[in-house]
Write a protein that binds this ligand. Structure first.
Ligand SMILES: NC(=O)c1ccc[n+]([C@@H]2O[C@H](COP(=O)([O-])OP(=O)(O)OC[C@H]3O[C@@H](n4cnc5c(N)ncnc54)[C@H](O)[C@@H]3O)[C@@H](O)[C@H]2O)c1
Length: 253
């Protein structure tokens, strides 16, 4: 058991990679707050975890709302006594818009969820980690946070910002026992395409050559294994960096 008695919060845990991370953490002994906008989906994940003998609690959170994020972290502490691991995984796609076609409303929403949501949860968790002298943050970025043509301008910018936040946080608190790393998944089989609205024909056409060299689509469980490594003491010297898990896709560029 690599996470025995650790308390973990995982956002976006009703589906895809967040679900796989919550399930793997619970099977490794962690008590998991399964946090998602979709409460029914989160409760289903909790039911699966508890049926397998694990401990988990569903919490509804919109990471774009500070009061929801506060409640999510407070629930971890009130239910399980503390917080050890924070996985900021909730995220949505854009519609592959190039900058000329960005709508302010969509830009603001994507940044509010993908980027500011990560900051909100880290800011709320930090006092707990500082008091303990120990804490572990894992942010789901994207290969789109390292490269220019994996989605539209908004999604790419929001994930580049997550990587910047991750590096700054990893460095700032490195001597306080806190680690902060990001995962950059390539293409993974999840429900993320449901969050794509009004796909931009020009933008998606421009990304086609890049998508064309994807070696294969990954499974959420393969990303969960990276998140387990980063959450466990096996990665004790890994901090402020990005682990790419894309089956070799971005090795092409
Ligand atoms: N699937 C991919 O190919 C891929 C590649 C790279 C990065 N990512 C990133 O991985 C993360 C997980 O996505 P996924 O692919 O598993 O998608 P998914 O759609 O299967 O899961 C995302 C979950 O986040 C939840 N969510 C959405 N908005 C939320 C909000 N405001 N507050 C709380 N929860 C919210 C959704 O309800 C959903 O359950 C995202 O940050 C995404 O950008 C995905």
């Amino acid at each position: 058991m690599k996470l025995k008695d650790k308390v973990a919060v995982v956002t976006g845990a009703a589906s895809g990679m967040g679900k796989a991370i919550a399930e793997l953490y619970a099977s490794e002994g962690a008590k998991v707050i399964v946090a998602d906008l979709n409460l029914d989906g989160a409760q289903e994940v909790v039911n699966g975890i508890t049926a397998n003998g694990g401990s988990a609690t569903a919490v509804q959170v919109n990471v774009a709302k500070q009061e929801d994020v506060d409640n999510m972290i407070d629930t971890a502490v009130s239910t399980y006594g503390t917080l050890d691991i924070l996985v900021n995984n909730a995220g949505i796609m854009d519609g592959f818009e190039p900058v000329g076609d960005i709508l302010d409303e969509r830009w603001d929403l994507i940044f509010d969820i993908n980027t500011k949501g990560v900051m909100r949860a880290m800011r709320k968790a930090l006092p707990i980690f500082l008091e303990k002298g120990k804490g572990n943050i894992i942010n789901t970025a994207s290969t789109g946070g390292l490269n220019g043509a994996h989605a539209g301008a908004t999604y790419g910018a929001s994930k580049h910002a997550v990587i910047g936040l991750t590096k700054n946080t990893g460095y700032m608190y490195a001597q306080k026992g806190i680690r902060c790393n990001a995962i950059a998944p390539g293409a993974v089989a999840t429900n993320i395409s449901a969050s794509m609205k009004n796909v931009n024909p020009f933008g998606i056409e421009r990304t086609k050559p890049v998508q064309g060299v994807i070696p294969r689509v990954g499974q959420p469980e393969e990303i969960a294994q990276v998140a387990l490594f980063l959450a466990s003491d096996e990665s004790s010297f890994v901090n402020g960096t990005v682990v790419t898990a894309d089956g070799g896709w971005t090795a092409a560029f």
